[in-house]
Design a protein around this ligand. Structure first.
Ligand code: COA
Ligand code: MG
Length: 280
C-alpha cells in the first residue's frame, strides 16, 4: 500500500457536479472522495461515472478516491469498472458489514486499497472486530451515523442534552478500536452542520486526541480546520523526538525517564507513529 502519509482530510464531492469537482481539485484536502453513492440521484449515476472517466491525469493536489455504490446494488459493478484508471488511489466502500465484504470486493479489485465505512448498518456493529487480520488491502475505516440512524428507525441521533446518543458514540469507538486493531487508518465521521465551524473544530480536535488520524469532510470550508486538527503540533513533535532519541541512545531499555515522565515501549510506538504523520 501507499507510502504517503495518511490523509487528514477526506473531502466528499458529489461526482455529478463538475463545479464542485473543480473546486475540490483546487483545494487543500489531502484526499478527495468522488461520491457515486448517496449524494448522486439514481438518474445521474451514469453521468457521474462519465465525468470521472473524463478527469484525465492527476496533476498534484489531493489524492483521488472513489466511493462506489454498496455491494448489493446493481450500480456497484459498473462503478468498479472505473478502477482501470490508475489515477484513482483507492476505493471507498459504503455499508461494509464485515471483513468478509472486503475480501469479496478484493476478488474484483485486487490490491487496490479500500477505505471501508463500517458502521452504517445495524448488523455491521457486531463485526467491527473482524477486520483485524483481514487478507483484504484495507487502508482506512470510517464510521457514519446518518445511514445507521435511518436503518435503526431513529427519530434523532442526539440525546436529550444534544450530544450524540450512546449508540453512535459506541459505533464511533468501535470503529476506532477496530481500525487500529486492523492496522488501518481510523477516520472520524462527517460533521453535517456545515455552517458550524467552531463545532467542527472541537469535534476534530477531540477525535485527534482520541487516536483518529483523519476526518471525513463534506464542504471545502471544513478542510483547513480538519488539516489543522490532525497535524501534530511542534510541542508534540519535539516530545516524540525526545522519546525516540532516548530509546535510540539506550536500545536495551524497557522504560526510561524522558523530561521527568515515565515512558515505555507503547510510548515509543506512539512517538514513532506521530513522527510518521508529521512528515508531510
Ligand atoms: N466539494 C467541492 N465544492 C463544494 C462542496 C464540496 N463538497 N460543497 C460546496 N462546494 C462549493 C459550492 O459549489 C460553492 O462553490 P462556489 O463558491 O464556486 O459557488 C462553495 O463551495 C460554497 O458552497 P456553499 O454555498 O457554502 O454550499 P452549497 O449550499 O453549495 O452546498 C452541500 C452544500 C451540503 C450541498 C455541499 O457542501 C455538498 O454537496 N457536500 C457534499 C455532500 C456529499 O458528498 N455527501 C455524501 C457524503 S455524506
Ligand atoms: Mg450514506
Amino acid at each position: 500500500m501507499s507510502d504517503l502519509p495518511p490523509p487528514r482530510s477526506w473531502l466528499f464531492v458529489p461526482a455529478d457536479s463538475e463545479k464542485k469537482i473543480d473546486k475540490a481539485l483546487q483545494g487543500d484536502a489531502d484526499a478527495i472522495i468522488f461520491d457515486l453513492e448517496d449524494s448522486v440521484a439514481p438518474a445521474n449515476k451514469k453521468f457521474a461515472r462519465d465525468i470521472l472517466k473524463g478527469l484525465g491525469a492527476r496533476d498534484g493536489g489531493p489524492r483521488w478516491w472513489v466511493r462506489v455504490n454498496p455491494m448489493f446494488e446493481p450500480e456497484h459493478r459498473e462503478d468498479l469498472k472505473l478502477f482501470g484508471n490508475a489515477e484513482f488511489e483507492g476505493i471507498v466502500l459504503p455499508k461494509a458489514e464485515s471483513a468478509e465484504d472486503l475480501v469479496h470486493l478484493s476478488h474484483s479489485t485486487g490490491s487496490i486499497p479500500i477505505h471501508a465505512i463500517v458502521t452504517e448498518t445495524p448488523a455491521s456493529l457486531f463485526n467491527l472486530g473482524t477486520y483485524a487480520g483481514t487478507q483484504a488491502p484495507l487502508a482506512a475505516m470510517s464510521w457514519g451515523a446518518e445511514d445507521l440512524s435511518s436503518a435503526l428507525g431513529a427519530r434523532s441521533k442526539y440525546d436529550r442534552d444534544g450530544r450524540l446518543a450512546f449508540t453512535y458514540q459506541m459505533a464511533r469507538s468501535l470503529c476506532l478500536a477496530g481500525a487500529v486493531a486492523a492496522g488501518a487508518q481510523p477516520i472520524d465521521g462527517v460533521h453535517t452542520d456545515i455552517r458550524n465551524l467552531d463545532g467542527l473544530k472541537e469535534e476534530a480536535r477531540a477525535a485527534a486526541s482520541e487516536g483518529f488520524t483523519g476526518k471525513l469532510a463534506i464542504h471545502p470550508a471544513q478542510v483547513p480546520i480538519i488539516n489543522d486538527a490532525f497535524t501534530p503540533s511542534d510541542t508534540e513533535v519535539a516530545r516524540a523526538k525526545a522519546i525516540v532519541d532516548a530509546f535510540a541512545a539506550d536500545p536495551g531499555a524497557g522504560v526510561l525517564d524522558v523530561g521527568g515522565k515515565m515512558v515505555d515501549r507503547p510510548h515509543l510506538t506512539q512517538a514513532q507513529n506521530l513522527l510518521a504523520r508529521a512528515k508531510r
